[in-house]
Design a protein around this ligand. Structure first.
Ligand SMILES: Nc1ncnc2c1ncn2[C@@H]1O[C@H](COP(=O)(O)OP(=O)(O)OP(=O)(O)O)[C@@H](O)[C@H]1O
Length: 265
């Protein structure tokens, strides 16, 4: 099988500060201020061309950070990501410029991806139609609802025909009809043998759509395998977690937080 995405020893660290002033002091004395926090730690896996992979994990486990790194929006602190071809991310806040109109955003994004004027002119009407934004397309994006932003982001991303498509919770906003239209588009991509990463809080959607799953737990790769292998383990974890008392859950989260952060001093 042909490799499509290779994620190798990817770590993403952020710095957390106790006070705002520490942020400034950190610029002068980086070793002494701020606490390092691992959004992702040493994550490695490979996706083959045509894989549809779900990212699962409870809130804050690093799913969006990993999506942004694969899409090339956020650089990893350590490690590498190799992507064969073009990647596109669809997320609720997917890099649209709020000050520009919807139409300008389409043009800007396409120019940045190397499309020429003629190709943009050809594709633009289709993108606008799919987005169902009507006359709002000439209004600034800051006046859009989250559903409208998501529709525009989704429409641009699927029409630029990426080799790797990453869908981060984009189906959870907006109405049911649009979500169904998006699922149809995603199935078209699937049929074309494109690689897709999918994040959804709906485990049902995940099981229906994905063949493989990456389970992230507090920034670390807990499991990677077929959906049949990983989902039962993840669901068991959720069950055990829910069965804990509030106090036990708190302790579990605190212990994981401790493992995840390390003071620089
Ligand atoms: N820019 C940032 N600065 C500091 N910490 C960040 C930043 N972005 C993400 N994090 C932290 O990294 C961790 C992973 O966040 P991420 O959004 O990737 O998780 P997630 O699994 O997508 O969560 P959710 O399911 O809630 O969307 C979180 O603890 C988050 O607070």
């Amino acid at each position: 099988m042909e490799k499509s995405v290779v994620v190798k020893n990817v770590t993403k660290k952020y710095k957390l500060y106790k006070k705002n002033s520490d942020k400034l002091l950190d610029l002068l004395l980086p070793k002494e201020y701020g606490e390092e926090y691992f959004a992702l730690r040493n994550v490695s896996f490979e996706a083959e061309k045509g894989d549809v992979i779900g990212f699962v994990g409870i809130n804050g486990s690093g799913k969006s950070t990993l999506s942004n790194i694969i899409a090339g929006i956020v650089p990893p602190t350590e490690g590498t990501v190799q992507v064969e071809g073009k990647s596109a991310l669809i997320a609720v806040s997917s890099g649209l410029n709020n000050k520009l109109t919807g139409r300008d955003n389409i043009e800007l994004k396409m120019l940045m991806l190397g499309f020429d004027k003629k190709q943009i002119q050809e594709l633009e009407p289709e993108i606008i139609e799919f987005s169902e934004l009507g006359k709002f397309i000439d209004q600034p994006v800051k006046s859009y609802s989250s559903g409208m932003k998501s529709r525009l982001g989704f429409s641009i991303s699927v029409h630029i025909d990426p080799d790797v498509l990453i869908i981060d919770e984009a189906l959870s906003v907006g109405d049911k009809n649009f979500a169904e239209k998006c699922l149809d588009k995603m199935n078209e991509f699937k049929a074309k043998g494109k690689t897709m990463f999918f994040i959804s809080h709906s485990l049902g959607q995940m099981k229906k759509f994905c063949q493989k799953a990456v389970w992230l737990e507090y920034g670390e790769l807990k499991a990677y395998g077929t959906i049949e292998e990983v989902m039962p383990q993840y669901e068991q974890f959720l069950k055990d977690y829910k069965a804990m008392s509030k106090k036990e859950q708190k302790k579990f989260r605190e212990d994981k937080m401790k493992q995840r952060s390390q003071a620089t001093v």
